[in-house]
Structure formats: structure tokens, C-alpha cells
Design a protein around this ligand. Sequence first.
Ligand code: CMP
Length: 139
Amino acid sequence: MITNRTFTMLKPDSVEKGNIGAILEKINAAGFRIVAMKLTHMTQRDAEAFYAIHKERPFFGELVQYMTRGPIVAAILEKDNAVEDFRALIGATNPAEAAEGTIRKLYATSISENAVHGSDSDENAAIEGAFHFATREMF
Ligand code: CMP
């Protein structure tokens, strides 16, 4: 079991606003190595599957619409303690509650359009990375 990788998406709002470069710079400056990365456009089916855990939540439809309205950047990142350190780097889900200097504090506008995704566990990092990348692209 790999325990030092996490998975991220720079969501459609980050791509639309031209924030890809600035966000990747922060990710690199924090010591993460990019293991795999691509610009991709999730279909409705992709987003419904990726966020299946949220399908009963009232915001599910809005979430799928948001995540499919334009391209995203999907990436697998490597660092010691990657999952926890990356969640600290991006800040709270709601940017209004995110700490100063975090990616969401700097670049997110609302709890729904919150600029970036970060896996919440090693297990989900592996599942989410596999969702977006064929195994051979990860090495
Ligand atoms: P993330 O934590 O990456 O994955 C689930 C996403 O659902 C979350 O980011 C937000 O984009 C969205 N989300 C979470 N809570 C809400 C909410 N209360 N209202 C709308 N969208 C939400």
C-alpha cells in the first residue's frame, strides 16, 4: 500500500480563472512531486461516479454540473505524509473557513466552487488516482 501519494484536481473555476500556474507553484513550493498530471474534461458520467459518495447530498446536482462545465487538471502527487500535508496546504472545504495562505483561501470563491480537490485518505487517494490515470502513467 502506497502511503505517500495523494490525488488532486484543479477544478473548472481554477482553470477558467487562469490559476493553474499559480496553484501548481504553491504545490511544488510545498515539496510535492508531480507523479502524473493531465488536463481533462469530466463527463457527467465521470463526475457522478467520482462523487458517488455524495449522491444523496442536496448539492450533488450542482456539484456534477460544476465539475463538468469545463476542463480540470488531475494530478497524482508524492511527498511524505502526502494526504494530510496536502489537505493542510489547500485549507478547509469552505474557503471562508480556510486558513490564511492556503490555496482555497487564495483562489476559491465558495464552498461549492472551492478551486481544488484533495483526497481525504490513502485509500481514496489510490482509488481516485486510478480513476483518472492508467497505472503505467503513474511511473
Ligand atoms: P471536495 O471536498 O473536493 O469534494 C466534495 C465537493 O462537494 C466539495 O469539494 C465541494 O466542491 C462540494 N461541496 C461540499 N459541500 C458543499 C455544499 N454545502 N454546497 C455545495 N457544494 C458543496
